[in-house]
Ligand binder design. Structure first.
Ligand SMILES: Cc1ncc(COP(=O)(O)O)c(C=O)c1O
Length: 474
């Protein structure tokens, strides 16, 4: 029977220690009440209750930050996957849902297998829902190498996602209930609307990205402190899409300080750190490492979630390999493994696992002796384009009559704001008469220097200037 509408399920529904045994706890809301609460009727498996109890014991804020779906998530270690793992190496193994030849090799079409120099098992068999163990370890050591100050054991083992969009979506599933505010700068990747708003009912709550040409830390702080102490979810993406901005060293310190202050004031904060363009910083004095480093040790009330991957870092957009990694002051291996289980469980119930072939190819590439040198070469290609953009703007002060560049120093993109023309009209005119394609978004024109040859950059800006001038006149 449905009683009065209760508060959202909170810790109160999951007392510390609950589910350590086999007790099945069930949310007994009727559908109507569930809808009003923005939740679906959902039973809590004993395995989920056990993970929740582990989190509650060591990192209660991590439990408080989970959504209803996040609290219900668990990994079925004793299910088909676990039973298959236990049967590995047995003479007769009738567990796994793949087809094998008479001699036990994967049954594979030659026309598929001959395309790549990897053993068929590394191509066509399932990868674990957590991701290939060797790749998870490798990515963990790679993020430590790229982020000095990040300690081994100071973060979870990365869980492999089907690239960053999927990692963001899994984070949305685990941490956002319908109606939850997602605090983020107002210049953001438009797909966040589909990922967080359309799919999970979160309310995007943006603050102006820049004030006086600087990152608006005060805007972030105001959003964090707005309202009574409770759950806060922030999304930070540097280098940023669409602006190509990363904070200065000073701004990075201020951002971390603002989040620390909000935690000290009693807020529980989960920070989703979208590191899609990690490493593509082209100016001195810009914060190069991930905000995950300071945030992962900031406070027992701050859960840092690093969402990153090979997509842009290793120039493999279609491979669909990303990672989700947690860091929180006070978290132990046990806390992290509970969060990893919830993450892998969400993945298991969603795409089951990320492509084995792409994970295998990346592992092989990371072992390649020329990996670092080749990566540096591609970085240099993008840096040359960035420097060319800076030079073009410096050489053409008259462009200031047509458009204003927004601050940029990193990533794939930069944005300009037309002075008196409509951005969408500029885009249309560029397509129709200048043989030029750009993105119009939120009154801005986004220019991807990442995909524009060096030799075309002069013309790109000249065309944008010409189109802005014509539309300003008309
Ligand atoms: C800021 C940002 N995050 C995430 C993604 C998604 O990356 P992936 O292709 O790995 O899903 C993109 C892709 O454009 C992006 O710009």
């Amino acid at each position: 029977m449905c009683g009065p509408l209760p508060a959202r399920p909170s810790l109160g529904h999951i007392p510390p220690g609950a589910g350590r045994g086999t007790r099945l706890r069930t949310f007994t809301c009727t559908a109507a009440r569930a809808v009003a609460m923005g939740e679906t009727k959902m039973s809590l498996s004993p395995l989920a209750a056990e993970l929740n109890a582990r989190l509650d014991g060591e990192c209660p804020a991590a439990l408080r930050l989970l959504s209803a779906r996040g609290r219900a998530a668990y990994f079925p270690h004793k299910g088909i996957l676990g039973q298959s793992a236990e049967a590995r190496g047995k003479r007769i193994n009738a567990t796994i849902g793949v087809a094998l030849e008479e001699d036990g090799r994967p049954l594979v079409l030659d026309c598929v297998a001959e395309q790549v120099e990897l053993a068929p098992g590394e191509q066509v068999l399932y990868a674990p829902s957590f991701g290939k163990p060797a790749l998870r370890q490798r990515w963990g050591s790679m993020i430590r190498a790229k982020n000095p100050g990040l300690a081994d054991g100071g973060h979870s083992v990365p869980v492999v996602t089907c690239a960053l969009t999927h990692g963001l979506s899994i984070a949305g599933e685990l941490f956002l209930d319908p109606g939850d505010r997602l605090i983020l700068p107002d210049l953001y990747w438009g797909n966040y609307r589909l990922i967080f708003q359309a799919a999970f009912g979160a309310v995007l709550d943006p603050f102006p990205t820049f004030v006086d040409g600087r990152f608006n830390v005060a805007g972030l702080a105001a959003k964090l402190m707005d309202g009574t102490p409770g759950k806060r979810v922030i999304l930070l993406n540097f280098p940023n899409n669409p602006t190509g901005y990363s904070p200065t060293e000073g701004e990075a310190i201020e951002i971390v300080r603002a989040i620390g202050k909000a935690a000290a004031a009693g807020h529980d904060i989960v920070v989703l750190i979208d590191d899609a363009y990690f490493g593509l910083v082209f100016e001195a004095g810009i914060h190069e490492t991930s905000l995950f480093v300071p945030l992962s040790t900031l406070s027992p009330r701050v859960l840092a979630v690093k969402i990153d991957g090979a997509t842009k870092e290793d120039y493999v957009w279609g491979f669909r390999v990303g990672f989700l990694t947690y860091g929180m002051a006070g978290a132990t291996r046990d806390t992290y493994s509970a969060l990893e289980d919830k993450t892998a469980g969400a993945i298991r119930g969603n795409i089951s696992n990320a492509p084995n072939l792409a994970q295998s190819l990346l592992l092989a590439a990371y072992d390649h002796p020329d990996y670092a040198a080749q990566k540096a070469e591609k970085h240099a290609t993008l840096r040359r384009r960035y420097e060319k953009v800076v030079a073009v703007l410096a050489a053409h002060p008259e462009y200031a009559e047509s458009f204003t560049p927004l601050p940029f120093n990193s990533g794939y993109f930069m944005c300009v704001r037309p002075v008196s023309a409509d951005a969408e009209a500029v885009r249309q005119l560029l397509l129709a008469e200048y043989d030029t394609g750009v993105i119009a978004t939120d009154g801005l024109i986004r220019l991807a220097f990442s995909s524009t040859p060096l030799a075309e950059l002069d013309d790109l800006f000249a065309n944008v200037d010409a189109a802005c001038r014509r539309l300003a006149r008309s």
